[in-house]
Design a protein around this ligand. Structure first.
Ligand code: BEZ
Length: 171
């Protein structure tokens, strides 16, 4: 599992843009930037669609005002699914929708979990992270010992509260 101070995995993400493939690298996403990444078990799933993603969309302005350059929503889904979910959720440019279809980034973060019981296969555990210049600064990882799909600490408000404290400390 990723620890504070770890560098994020070096991965090429195969995204879809305007009907074509667009490869995006970890370096392009993270180098020289402060990034909030949140990761969830699946596009179009209930909590992810009703709460996790919309929470970050709603608070995206405040999160960026607190010193964040970009917000990434990651899921172990392919680029077509992530694009369709972004359209369905009316995501514009406030959140980058990042498909980790092979699970390589998620595996490198130590966050790949087996959801075979749901017919999902390997997916991401639910977490959020503040990543500064490609290095994990803070992790908000849901409790792996809790039953089901806990959603207590990786929400947008919890991340924003941390960022506001960080901005105050830096002032
Ligand atoms: C949910 O977001 O509610 C969910 C995620 C994974 C499996 C089932 C439900």
């Amino acid at each position: 599992m990723a620890k504070i101070g770890d560098r994020v995995p070096s991965v090429t993400f195969r995204t879809r843009k305007d009907g074509d493939w667009l490869d995006v690298t970890s370096a392009e996403l993270f180098d020289g930037k402060t990034v909030v990444l949140f990761s969830l078990p699946g596009a179009f799933t209930p909590t992810c669609s009703s709460t996790h993603l919309p929470g970050f969309m709603t608070l995206s302005g405040a999160i960026k005002e607190a010193g964040v350059d970009s917000i990434i929503c990651l899921s172990v889904n392919d680029g077509f699914v992530m694009s369709a979910w972004a359209k369905d959720q009316m995501v514009e440019d406030e959140v980058i929708m990042l498909p980790d279809g092979n699970g390589d980034f998620t595996d490198g973060m130590g966050m790949l979990v087996d959801k075979r019981d749901l017919g999902f296969g390997p997916r991401s555990w639910r977490y959020a992270a503040v990543i500064a210049n490609g290095v994990v600064e803070k992790l908000f990882e849901e409790d792996r010992t809790a039953p089901g799909d806990p959603f207590e600490v990786s929400d947008a408000q919890t991340v924003l509260t941390y960022l506001e404290g960080r901005a105050k400390d830096a002032a």
